[in-house]
Design a protein around this ligand. Structure first.
Ligand code: NAD
Length: 289
C-alpha cells in the first residue's frame, strides 16, 4: 500500500472530467480541473455547485462539507503549476492523436513518479503510452463510468509496459475514490464497451429500419431484458459523438465490419444532435442541472 494520494490533475472538464474531479474532491483529494476551454471550466464549476447544493438539500452533506469539497477543486486552463500531483487523469475527447499529444506533454511537465491515467473508453493504452517514451510504465487506463459520482466501477487497463507499482497505485486511488476497480486487458473497447457499444449501435439499426419507435425500443429492453435504462437513452447520456467514436475504434482495431457505426448514428452526430449535453440526441432534454 502506497501513501494516500493527496492531489490529482484532471485534464478535460466535460461530462467525465467534471465528474472525476468532483468525486476526487468528495473523497478528500485536491483536484486541479483543467481544460483548454474556459467555457467548459465554467460549465464544470456550475455542475459541481449544483451537485453539491443537491447533496446539501438532501442532507447527505453539511454546509461545511460542501464548502470543503468546493475549495478542493481548482479550475485552470493549464497544468504546468500542478506538477506536484501524484496522478494525472486524462478525460479529454476520444481522439488518439489528441491523447498522445497530451500524454507527451504530461511526460514533459510532470516528474518521473507521476502516474498518467487515461479515461479512454476504447483507445489502446499501449498506443497512448507509445507517446511518452521511457515513462510508458507509468501509463494506465482508468475507465470511469457516467455519471462518475454514482457509478461504482473503474475498469483498470494495463498497457504492455504498465508496471506493477503503477497498477497497485491506481487500484488504491480508485478505492480511495469509493470505486470498485476491476482489471481488463488492453484490447479495443476493453470489456465494457466491447459488449455495450455494439448493443447500442444495434438499437440505432433497429430504429433506422423501423423495427420500433425509439421509446419502444428502449421500453422493450428495459422491461424485457431488465436493463435500468434503454440503449438509446443511454446513448444520449454517454454522448452520441462518444458512441460513434468508440464504434470507429472497435471497427478499425478489430477489423470486423459489424462494428461500423450505424448510418443513423453518424447522421445525428453530423447534425450536432449529441445527446443530453446538446439538449437533443435521440430524445429531447431540458438544460442539465
Ligand atoms: P466531453 O466532450 O464531454 O469532454 C471532453 C473535454 O475535453 C471537453 O471539455 C474539451 O474541451 C476537453 N479537451 C479537448 N481537448 C483538450 C485539450 N487539448 N486539453 C484540455 N482539454 C481538452 O467528453 P466526455 O464524455 O467527458 O469524454 C471524455 C473521455 O472519457 C473520452 O475519452 C471518452 O471516451 C471517455 N468516457 C466517456 C464516457 C461517457 O459516458 N461520456 C464514459 C466513460 C469514458
Amino acid at each position: 500500500m502506497t501513501a494516500p494520494v493527496q492531489s490529482i490533475v484532471v485534464v478535460g472538464a466535460g461530462t467525465m472530467g467534471s465528474g472525476i474531479a468532483l468525486t476526487a474532491a468528495q473523497a478528500g483529494i485536491h483536484a486541479v480541473q483543467c481544460d483548454f476551454s474556459q467555457t467548459q471550466l465554467e460549465k464544470a464549476r456550475s455542475y459541481h455547485q449544483k451537485q453539491l447544493s443537491r447533496l446539501l438539500e438532501k442532507q447527505k452533506i453539511t454546509a461545511q462539507d460542501a464548502e470543503a469539497i468546493r475549495t478542493r477543486i481548482e479550475y485552470a486552463t493549464d497544468y504546468a503549476h500542478a506538477s506536484g500531483a501524484a496522478f494525472v487523469i486524462e478525460a479529454a475527447s476520444e481522439n488518439p492523436d489528441l491523447k498522445k499529444k497530451l500524454f507527451k506533454s504530461f511526460a514533459d511537465t510532470f516528474p518521473s513518479g507521476t502516474v498518467f491515467a487515461s479515461n479512454t473508453s476504447s483507445i489502446s493504452i499501449t498506443d497512448i503510452a507509445s507517446a511518452v517514451g521511457p515513462c510508458a510504465d507509468h501509463v494506465i487506463g482508468m475507465h470511469f463510468f457516467n455519471p462518475v459520482p454514482v457509478m461504482r466501477l473503474v475498469e483498470v487497463i494495463r498497457g504492455l509496459a504498465t508496471s506493477e507499482q503503477t497498477l497497485s497505485r491506481t487500484l488504491d486511488l480508485a478505492r480511495a475514490m469509493g470505486k470498485t476497480p476491476v482489471p481488463a486487458n488492453d484490447r479495443a473497447g476493453f470489456v465494457s464497451n466491447r459488449v455495450l457499444m455494439p448493443m447500442i449501435n444495434e438499437a440505432f439499426f433497429a430504429w433506422m429500419e423501423g423495427v420500433a419507435r425509439p421509446e419502444d425500443i428502449d421500453q422493450i429492453m428495459v422491461l424485457g431484458c431488465n436493463l435500468p435504462m434503454g440503449p438509446l437513452r443511454l446513448a444520449d447520456f454517454i454522448g452520441l459523438d462518444v458512441c460513434h467514436d468508440i464504434m470507429m475504434v472497435l471497427s478499425r482495431e478489430l477489423g470486423d465490419p459489424k462494428y461500423f457505426p450505424c448510418p443513423l448514428l453518424r447522421q445525428l452526430v453530423t447534425a450536432g444532435r449529441l445527446g443530453d449535453k446538446t439538449m437533443r440526441g435521440v430524445f429531447e432534454y431540458t438544460p442539465r442541472g
